[in-house]
Design a protein around this ligand. Structure first.
Ligand SMILES: [Zn+2]
Length: 426
């Protein structure tokens, strides 16, 4: 045998715990029989797993559902505050940290200006902010999720490169985990934004592109219910695809990247060049809203450039729902229409005609996304089980008597799942 059977059983148990927890969470309320039917697990396995989840406070019994003939079944739910998530957004201008419950509601929130900090100073600022939120936290903390700028290795939590902060190969996840003794997960901020919409957004589907358009531009790709990171974690880094080889110099060192024509920075810079004075984002917004021809021209052209790039994504991926987030969304429906019509003109009509573009309605989208990343990585909760027939089948094993501490569902109070009798792995 290639793998020790205990390891296989432990994996099976963690998988089953995650599946059961996700099923109860997604359904809002469910009986043990519902969970067995929805997951394909045996009633015995479901009961065993539920015992562990009850003991860990990750679910609770909430009265009885309607009877279907026999005794009315006991219903289970995941309490919104069974675990608290600490979500962090290391944004361009402000660092924000918050405690968030399992339904994506922000409970406490602190922020600090970060615009002029880089290197160790910026790192120290982030650590102090997290300490502040943890101090104010009252409840079992699952861990810390961080949305960071730049290229991030989500597997190790290392920031490979964040130009604005002068961070290179910074083991951010390790540093934060060591300092606070909690599980830490780090993703790129645009990827985090994608997860926020996917996990906590109003509309749920298997595929979603969330594009964050602020000082920089990046997309979070959720494909088949999973965050798609690519081979080198850089999936969705569309901000530095060149759209005009002879265009403006980009902060990445090349000319004419999408960010140089479609970001908030590009809009402000272009308006400043046209007017010969410094222009703030607030000024650009006010000018645009008052119908100033130069502001309208620059903003709508920025929208068309973005749309052309997104048309290429739609053409490649045929994702039907695109959510736009970030400071550029303040320009509203006219900008959105410029994006959508340009995208339609840059993808095969049959692919683009059923694509919708919308402006996301979440505040603190990166904080929520970082929290969603933590929740999905630590507890396995995403949205309702997708394509259950495509899930890997695991041995429905409960015959190992050894109590197993599940790292997957631990938080600060690890779940000890004691197996009872049951089927044979196979
Ligand atoms: Zn660039």
């Amino acid at each position: 045998m290639d793998r020790p059977i205990k390891a296989t059983l432990r994996e099976a148990r963690v998988h089953n715990e995650r599946l059961v927890l996700a099923t109860i969470y997604d359904g809002g309320r469910a009986s043990r029989a519902d969970v067995a039917r929805l997951t394909g697990l045996t009633r015995t396995t479901v009961s065993d797993v539920v015992e562990g989840l009850l003991a860990a406070g990750l679910c609770r019994e909430v009265g009885r559902g309607p009877s279907t003939g026999g005794k009315a079944p006991i219903l289970l739910e995941v309490p919104d505050e069974a675990r608290l998530l600490v979500g962090v957004d290391l944004g361009d201008r402000v660092f924000t940290a918050a405690t968030v419950n399992l339904r994506g509601e922000i409970l406490t929130r602190v922020d600090v200006p970060s615009e002029d900090s880089d290197g160790d100073v910026a790192l120290g600022l982030a650590l102090d902010l997290i300490a502040q939120v943890l101090d104010a936290c009252d409840g079992p903390i699952l861990g810390i999720g961080i949305g960071a700028p730049g290229l991030v290795d989500t597997g190790t939590g290392k920031v490979i490169q964040a130009v604005k902060r002068d961070w290179r190969q910074l083991p951010l996840g390790e540093i934060v985990a060591e300092r606070f003794g909690l599980p830490v997960h780090v993703a790129n901020d645009s990827q985090a934004a994608g997860l926020a919409e996917h996990v906590f957004g109003a509309v749920r589907g298997p595929n979603l592109i969330t594009v964050k358009v602020g000082q920089g531009i990046g997309a979070g790709l959720v494909l088949s219910g999973e965050l798609f990171e690519g081979d080198g974690f850089g999936a969705g880094e569309i901000g530095h695809t060149v759209v005009d080889p002879s265009g403006e110099m980009c902060r990445c060192g090349r000319r004419g990247c999408l960010e140089t024509v479609a970001s908030a920075r590009a809009v402000v810079n272009q308006l400043a060049a046209l007017s010969g004075r410094t222009v703030t984002m607030d000024q650009a917004l006010a000018d645009f809203r008052s119908g100033d021809p130069a502001a309208r021209q620059v903003v709508l052209e920025a929208g068309r450039h973005l749309g052309a790039a997104l048309g290429a994504l739609v053409g490649a991926l045929h994702v039907r729902r695109i959510v736009l987030a970030g400071t550029m969304t303040a320009f509203g429906d006219e900008w959105l229409n410029a994006v959508a019509s340009a995208a339609a003109g840059h993808a095969l009509a049959a692919l683009s005609e059923d694509t919708t573009f919308e402006i996301g309605r979440m505040d603190d989208i990166v904080v929520l996304g970082a929290s969603a990343l933590l929740m999905t990585r630590e507890l396995g909760m995403t949205l309702r089980p997708l394509h259950p027939e495509r899930r890997p089948r695991w041995p429905d094993a409960t015959n190992d008597k050894t109590p197993v501490q599940s790292s997957a569902l631990s938080g600060r109070t690890p779940v000890g799942v004691v197996a009872e009798k049951g089927g044979v792995p196979g």
